[in-house]
Design a protein around this ligand. Structure first.
Ligand SMILES: Nc1ncnc2c1ncn2[C@@H]1O[C@H](COP(=O)(O)OP(=O)(O)OP(=O)(O)O)[C@@H](O)[C@H]1O
Ligand SMILES: [Mg+2]
Length: 418
């Protein structure tokens, strides 16, 4: 196992340290550069799809708060935001899998959308071939009707031809080949990375106009991520992808869209460009919030001066003070949340696990013999260690974590846990 300290953990946690003057405040274009597009309607003129005035909430926190979004042809949007911000929920709405509580989604006629969820659910007992074919479910149903002589055969034939349906087996085979997937393996025997590839294959085999991908690089090994980047760069349609993977975003994104407390903000370019724009925005916001804090302090002094200051004529001033107070509370909440994220990672210096000559094997997915996944491995993990476990899909990274956590026991050797 390779040990490497993830030095960028701290910087990762601080992405998004912004002092915001009220969540809905628009930013002046002179600060952001005139090309920045903060209302997320960049592609509206030739939009493939347009979401207008969308609202969504689970409980009392709005995930989408009168939100607008438009997607143009051949653009690749990286959708970012904190855990729980509502990215997956928004993606499902854009993909047409779920509906918002309110608002409209207009979709260009005949637009073919394909969606790959964050945690794809695959039929465990299917083979990879069957699973990928299920992406073509609609056209396969037409072929079945045609074969059974159900319905108007001319219409069915035209529909099947329009969707290039007679070729379906070859399309599945080509897709499997491109994604390096074994056609006959059963889903249950596949690693997390292989399953994610099967889900991608299910989407790609349909030849969609728009791909909606929810954290597609999760579970993928480094070679598979390179491969996915190439595939998306070659893809002629549009892509909306959620990801926390900055290198991936840098390679593929043509626009970054950030979801924060129900609001979307768009930044043209890739992730590096986003960081530059965001820094400019933060600098501007710091100045604004310093000014607001100063004004608030003055007004607090005034209001404490006593009753005579609060006569009817001063009512407007009191209302403004209340607004200043609540804006400041919103700013503190934004900062407080980020500080909390940083604080939770602090080390406390005890043994987490000590592995001594640990080995673990599984029956090989091909059904022949056993595969040694961990062999004679020793290591000590201290609390606060940040260890990156790297290796190709199916190498045994999850197995190793399960051994460390005690979810499975080794075939040989011992694991002492703290
Ligand atoms: N069907 C649902 N019923 C109730 N609450 C839900 C439902 N779907 C999502 N939520 C809640 O909505 C919030 C946003 O969830 P969502 O999965 O969209 O966030 P996310 O930005 O994709 O987060 P992550 O980065 O962790 O994937 C969460 O608090 C989640 O618990
Ligand atoms: Mg999500």
């Amino acid at each position: 196992m390779q040990q490497q300290v993830m030095t960028d953990m701290a910087t990762m946690s601080t992405v998004g340290v912004v002092a915001v003057e009220g969540a809905r405040r628009p930013y002046p274009s002179r600060v952001i550069t005139s090309s920045a597009n903060l209302d997320c309607r960049e592609g509206e003129n030739m939009a493939l799809l347009t979401l207008s005035d969308a609202q969504l909430a689970f409980g009392h926190v709005p995930l989408l708060d009168h939100t607008d979004f438009a997607l143009a042809a051949a653009e690749r949007v990286g959708l970012i935001g904190r855990n729980g911000a509502g990215k997956s929920s928004l993606l499902k709405i854009l993909a047409g899998v779920e509906k918002p509580d309110d608002g409209t989604l207009q979709v260009q006629q005949g637009l073919l959308r394909a969606y790959v969820p964050q945690e794809p659910v695959l039929e465990a007992e299917s083979t990879v071939f069957e699973s990928v074919s299920s992406g073509l479910g609609a056209v396969l149903a037409l072929i079945e009707s045609y074969a059974d002589g159900r319905g108007d055969l001319d219409t069915l034939q035209r529909e099947i031809e329009a969707q290039d349906g007679w070729n379906w087996q070859r399309r599945v085979e080509e897709t499997l080949h491109r994604l390096h997937l074994p056609a006959n393996a059963r889903i249950t025997t596949l690693s997390g990375g292989m399953r994610k590839r099967v889900a991608l294959a299910q989407a790609l085999v349909t030849r969609p106009d728009v791909l909606f991908l929810d954290e597609p690089t999760n579970h993928l090994d480094l070679d598979a991520i390179d491969w996915l980047e190439e595939l998306l760069l070659d893809f002629k349609g549009s892509v909306v992808t959620i990801t926390h993977d900055r290198a991936f975003l840098d390679r593929i994104a043509t626009r970054i869209v950030e979801l924060d407390r129900g609001q979307l903000r768009g930044y043209p370019g890739n992730f590096s460009r986003y960081q530059v724009l965001k820094d400019e925005q933060s600098a501007y916001e710091s100045v604004v919030s310093a000014k607001a804090d100063k004004l608030l302090a003055q007004e607090e002094v005034w209001v404490r001066k006593g009753v005579e200051a609060r006569r009817t004529r001063a009512q407007g001033r009191i209302t403004r003070l209340e607004r200043l107070r609540s804006n400041r509370a919103a700013r503190r909440e934004a900062l407080g949340r980020v500080k909390l994220e940083v604080a939770t990672g602090l080390p406390s210096g005890k043994i987490v696990a000590e592995l001594t000559e640990v080995s673990k094997s599984f029956a090989d997915p091909s059904g022949e013999g056993v595969r040694s996944v961990v062999s004679d491995f020793s290591a000590t993990l201290l609390r606060g260690d940040k260890v990156g476990v790297v290796g190709p899909n199916g190498a045994g990274k999850t197995t190793l974590l399960k051994l460390i956590l005690g979810e499975i026991e080794p075939d040989a050797g011992s694991v002492r846990r703290g």
